[in-house]
Design a protein around this ligand. Structure first.
Ligand code: PMP
Length: 419
């Protein structure tokens, strides 16, 4: 199929089809991507998560070693010997599973310790655990907000926030646009029971940071609560890795903090840090917490990871050294990396076919980075997203820059190539 005849529209036009017909259409669409070498989704790695991985590329039966910029394991903690030892110790002492949901026998000492530790990390006293960061957001919002309430979302918040707001009223404001946020708050005055502004700390597609000071002022002015999901900020941002809240010294100015153990802390699970009353309410009313089995004893690794955020700051320093290195190199090559200020670096490409092609070419050059497209970002705003890790070496990052240079010569992503 000639790529120019790319029929994304065919796939989008699936309304009216039943579930099986939709799945059939979707399979055709995936085949189409595969034929064009653009199905780089669910690439299997035969080696651990890290700066390089042995990948089974589409159509191959032997792995290719690639430099990887796809992992949120920013501090490279998933491979840290002390954290691995803590996981092994947890499994040896407590086994592989927790056996029940928290209310009826699945709440163990390591869950209690983890709740206390993550709360203390944010200088608070109360936290609740969820199975994932996704659930932490979706379950909390679903539990707290109803049809009388209003959720006010930065448009770029994570999908889990949108899911949590399916049964309440939602208004969005353009990403980090404070005038628009104020307008929404003004219009909402006295019309809703609870008004809750929900933002990310670090935004997952642009890597930029919330205008927290101004958002705090506006929420106070208009009597709204503030929820911040700092999934990509923890461990990375702030002098001691406490995220965007630390950067703005806003520990006492945010009502609810949500986040995940799956990124810089190298494990899995979500958390919500809030007042004693809100946390208790969630513990007894939030269905996804109440009726779902608690995390496995492997989460004991997180207790160690939180200690190491404080005790081994060299990982964060190494990460930032890598971030500056690759960012400067990309800018030097003429790429647009937007307003990133974190370990997430977008290389702006534009349309979807060109972005997919850039991803394919990079992979052929031994560089694995994710093409990000609609619906994660708007249709003309596709990009290749790089996730930088402490474990990347300068040699690996230099290889990435060289690969981008070659791809640019073919696709003129920078707009600076003479054709
Ligand atoms: N919030 C944000 C901003 C995220 O980027 C993600 C992960 N992609 C999540 C929440 C969900 O976290 P988890 O992977 O632990 O479910």
């Amino acid at each position: 199929i000639p790529y120019e005849k790319a029929s994304f529209k065919d796939f989008e036009n699936i309304e009216g089809l039943d579930a099986y017909a939709t799945a059939e259409e979707f399979t055709k669409y995936l085949d189409f991507l595969k034929v064009n070498g653009h199905l780089n989704y669910r690439i299997e790695s035969l080696s651990p998560c890290g700066p390089e991985m042995d990948l089974l590329l589409p159509g191959d039966d032997v792995p290719t070693r690639c430099v990887c910029l796809v992992s949120n394991d920013y501090l490279s903690f998933s491979q840290h010997p002390q954290i691995k030892a803590a996981v092994i110790d947890g499994v040896q002492r407590f086994g592989t599973g927790s056996g029940a949901s928290p209310a009826i026998g699945g709440h163990f000492v390591y869950h209690q310790q983890l709740e206390e530790k993550i709360a203390a990390f944010y200088r608070k006293s109360n936290a609740i655990l969820y199975t994932t960061g996704y659930t932490a957001n979706s379950a909390t919002l679903q539990c707290l907000l109803h049809k009388e309430d209003l959720a006010i979302l930065d448009m770029a918040v994570h999908a889990s926030v949108y899911e949590g707001c399916l049964t309440t009223n939602v208004k969005t404001f353009l990403h980090n646009n404070m005038q628009m946020l104020e307008q929404v708050l003004k219009n909402a005055q006295d019309k809703y029971r609870t008004k809750m502004v929900i933002i990310d700390g670090v935004y997952s597609q642009d890597g930029d940071i919330a205008e927290l000071n101004e958002i705090i002022n506006l929420t106070h002015k208009y009597g709204a609560y503030l929820v911040i999901d700092d999934a990509h900020g923890i461990g990375v941002i702030g002098d001691t890795g406490r995220g965007v809240i630390e950067m703005y010294n806003a520990f006492d100015k945010v009502d609810i903090i949500t986040g995940t153990f799956s990124k810089a802390l190298g494990n899995i699970g979500g958390y919500v840090v809030a007042s004693s009353e809100i946390v208790t309410y969630l513990k007894f009313q939030s269905k996804q917490h109440l009726f779902s089995t608690t995390a496995t004893p492997a989460v004991m690794g997180i207790l160690k990871a939180i200690d190491l955020v404080d005790n081994e700051p060299e990982w964060r320093l190494k990460l930032w050294d890598n971030i500056q290195f690759i960012k400067a190199g990309l800018i030097e090559l003429g790429f647009d990396v937007g307003t990133t200020a974190s370990a997430v670096i977008p290389v702006k490409v534009g349309d979807i076919p060109k972005t997919l092609e850039a991803g394919r070419l990079l992979l052929n050059l031994g560089v694995y980075a994710n093409p990000i497209m609609y619906p994660a970002v708007s249709k003309k705003n596709s990009r290749i997203r790089l996730n930088i890790m402490a474990g990347h070496t300068k040699e690996q990052l230099t290889k990435v820059l060289e690969a981008f240079k070659i791809v640019d010569q073919q696709l003129n992503i920078s707009g600076k190539q003479t054709v």
